[in-house]
Ligand binder design. Structure first.
Ligand SMILES: [Fe+2]
Ligand SMILES: [Fe+2]
Length: 457
């Protein structure tokens, strides 16, 4: 259920992003509006008079009193729209038609300046004929630490933070920069390397305080975005490895940025090939396998990309033994950045959920990668295992005393992370993020019995 809610919110945000690049009748804009309408009808099938509602508070989505973390990262465009309208969220009721949603996308894509007040915003919706998409009053924080719609048009002044609050803006920026550069790769060929580097810097700066959480946050319902979530996670993983290998700060920044931009060339691969469900024929494979070289060319042409970024984009599918693609002259070696991104790329793909596959637990992914001799630099693989541990942050685990917990950080031992209790021994959830925090490295009697989910996505 909550998954569906997240998917719907992300569809709205995705539609707004498409509408910023295209026009109302463009097939991509249409597809998002139709998808949203279908999903909404499904959601409200048992409750046709009900509404699909969510709040926006302090730059994040809120539902049933709590923040929705994943959508808040991917849904920046929708949050910005709510902020410009001065409303506390949106409510969609049936019958909503795809045309209404397209109008919603257009208003969101074109509203750059804040609307005078909430009444003016509601008038705007009524004037456009979408008055039945309702705008909530601004949200406030209740005494119990949850968030709800306020009675009047004043803005809430809550102060509660949770695990994710300090990093949310960073994650939103990461998502946006990858999406923007991918889109630019397709349209103009110009890139925004400077902003990407700033994001890479943020990734490095925050990695000591919990950037690994990025692994758990980002998931998307639409195909386009799989590349984006993948790239952000690859960037985050590259920082983990780079740190373990003792790279200097400026190299870490370049490496993080290289991770964010490594699949840029996919922006130029036709979608029929990129997202083909079955296996590719020889011609299709040749086109698909051109994405590293295309990416490297785009980066070179920008005139701003560094050697590390270009070589990582070019060489991230090359194996240590020289196999993979693109073909490499024998005298050449792919370079350390490409070798690191190669490891991150495969690990991310194995452990991520995709429409056609479930995620694989990290331990299993390590085993698969270790078995593939000659593919990875063993020092880099070791750095990944040491940096992430057996239970990467974000994983849900079952403790030996029957309680469930979420891993918050890699602990002192590979198998002894720091955790936050999420369910008591009866299986009852602990509200919000207030569960007890434990360091299994110093709690002798207690350990991890089983990994339940890798990340919350
Ligand atoms: Fe790739
Ligand atoms: Fe990749």
């Amino acid at each position: 259920m909550e998954q569906r809610i997240s998917d719907l919110i992300i569809l709205l945000a995705g539609g707004i992003n498409q509408r910023r690049m295209y026009f109302d009748a463009h097939p991509k804009v249409r597809a998002f509006s139709e998808d949203f309408t279908i999903q909404l009808r499904k959601l409200l099938a048992d409750d046709p008079d009900g509404a699909f509602s969510f709040g926006v508070f302090k730059g994040k989505f809120v539902r049933k009193g709590s923040f929705l973390v994943g959508p808040s990262i991917a849904g920046r465009s929708l949050i910005a729209f709510a902020e410009a309208l001065g409303c506390g969220g949106f409510s969609f009721r049936l019958p909503v038609e795809p045309e209404d949603i397209i109008t919603f996308f257009r208003l969101a894509a074109s509203t750059k300046e804040p609307v005078a007040n909430l009444k003016a915003a509601r008038d705007l919706f009524a004037h456009e004929g979408i008055g039945h998409i309702q705008l909530a009053n601004p949200y406030e924080e209740g005494d119990d630490g949850t968030y709800r719609e306020g009675a009047a048009d004043d803005s809430g002044t809550g102060t509660i933070d949770n695990d994710f609050t300090p990093l949310m803006a960073v994650y939103q920026a990461l998502y946006e920069i990858v999406a923007r550069n991918n889109a630019m790769a397709l349209h103009s060929g110009g890139l925004d390397i400077t902003d990407a580097l700033t994001c890479g810097e943020d990734l490095v700066r925050t990695s000591s305080t919990g950037v690994l959480d990025v692994m758990q946050f980002i998931r998307y319902p639409d195909y386009d975005s799989y590349t984006i979530g993948h790239s952000v996670r690859v960037g985050a993983l590259a920082v983990v490895i780079g740190r373990k290998l003792g790279l200097e700060e400026h190299l870490l920044t370049e490496l993080a940025t290289a991770g964010l931009l490594h699949d840029l060339g996919k922006g130029r691969i036709p979608e029929e090939i990129l997202f083909k469900p079955g296996s590719l024929d020889a011609d299709e494979r040749r086109i698909m396998e051109s994405h590293p070289a295309l990416g490297a060319q785009l980066l070179l042409a920008s005139g701003e990309a560094t050697e590390i970024m270009v070589s990582a984009a070019w060489g991230h599918h090359i194996r240590m033994d020289g196999g993979g693609y693109p073909r490499m002259p024998e005298w050449h070696s792919p370079g350390f950045a490409a070798a690191i991104i190669h490891v991150c790329d495969v690990f991310e793909a194995l452990t991520a959920a995709r429409p056609y596959k479930d995620p694989i637990a990290p331990l299993q992914a390590y085993a698969i990668m270790l078995k593939d001799e000659g593919s990875y630099d063993p020092r880099i693989l070791a750095a990944l295992v040491e940096g992430l541990g057996l239970y990467p942050p974000g994983s849900a685990v079952l403790l030996t005393d029957g309680r469930r917990a979420v891993v918050t950080a890699v602990g002192d031992g590979l198998d002894r992370p720091r955790v936050r209790i999420s369910h008591d021994s009866l299986g009852l959830p602990v509200e919000g993020d207030h569960g007890e925090r434990l360091d299994l490295g110093v709690n002798d009697g207690l350990g991890v019995a089983e990994i339940l989910v890798v990340g919350t996505g």
